[in-house]
Ligand binder design. Structure first.
Ligand code: DGL
Length: 269
């Protein structure tokens, strides 16, 4: 038994989609979640800022004495993979597991959608061309998705959601994309709207889900099962906003009160 918690972090509430899967797969794990809402969105920040944020979040996660970490953020995973790898605690990002599952579909017309800073890094494209060299890849930044989702708009019946999805993903439709990686953890929330627009035949891979599966495989392999199933929540932004939206992302009620931590300084840059 290893009751040390797992920490999952993201810029906001999108990473809770990884917690949701983790909870299903491993109901007894103790989880600490950090949503850096006070500095959200990450997706348009410079790579240098993202790397600073990544290290600050890794340090914060380790302060809980965790046994493993999920960096449930495509922007960090694609711009700071070396920092995740160098962390003394086992850290799973969303890039490698997501790309692997996309390549494993065996489809030849692949798509990746993520934040602007993720797509600009070229990391998704590089990893994909290594794992699926014969596939044609369309990589698109979708800067309108995160602010829309964090404002609570993600239902497929919402006309604004439908219009934003259609406007952002028209190229994927034109290219007859067969499988698509949701390379930002927020995007799992609008998977139904994306499916409605692209059609059921397009296979959707959630990077958050893939990362949660990878972490489970690690915990099982290390026989490091926890016992308790507790959850602690931290936000650098509004507690009220976290409380309002988090249950929608998790699919269940919050298990404890939400704690506030002041945003870590970005003064270096
Ligand atoms: N959910 C994060 C990601 O996966 C960050 C989104 C943002 O803050 O822009 O990239």
């Amino acid at each position: 038994m290893d009751n040390r918690p797992v920490c999952v972090f993201d810029s906001g509430l999108g990473g809770l989609t990884a917690v949701r899967i983790l909870r299903k797969l491993m109901p007894n794990e103790n989880i600490v979640y950090f949503g850096d809402t006070g500095r959200m969105p990450y997706g348009g920040r410079s790579a240098a800022q993202i790397r600073l944020i990544a290290q600050q979040n890794l340090d914060f996660a380790q302060s809980f004495g965790v046994k493993a970490i999920i960096a449930a953020c495509g922007t960090i995973s694609s711009n700071a993979a070396d920092l995740l790898l160098a962390c003394p605690v086992k850290t799973v990002g969303v890039l490698a597991p997501g790309v692997r599952e996309l390549a494993q579909t065996g489809k030849k017309r692949l798509g990746v959608i993520a934040t602007a800073t993720s797509i600009k890094s070229g990391s998704f494209q590089r990893e994909l061309s290594a794992l699926a060299p014969d596939a044609e890849v369309c990589a698109l930044a979708c800067p309108d998705f995160v602010p829309m989702i964090e404002s609570g708009r993600y239902l497929p019946s919402d006309p604004e959601v439908r219009a934003t999805v259609a406007r952002s993903l028209s190229e994927l439709k034109e290219r007859k994309t067969e499988a698509l990686l949701l390379g930002c953890t927020h995007y799992g929330l609008i998977a139904d709207a994306i499916r409605d627009f692209l059609g059921d035949e397009v296979e959707l891979i959630g990077a958050a889900d893939a990362a949660a599966r990878e972490l489970c495989a690690y915990i099982e392999g290390a026989s490091a099962f926890g016992d308790g199933g507790s959850e602690e929540y931290y936000t650098s932004g509004s507690i009220a906003d976290f409380e309002a939206l988090a249950p929608l992302m998790l699919g269940y009620e919050l298990k404890s009160a939400v704690n506030h931590v002041p945003p870590f300084p970005l003064e270096v840059l």
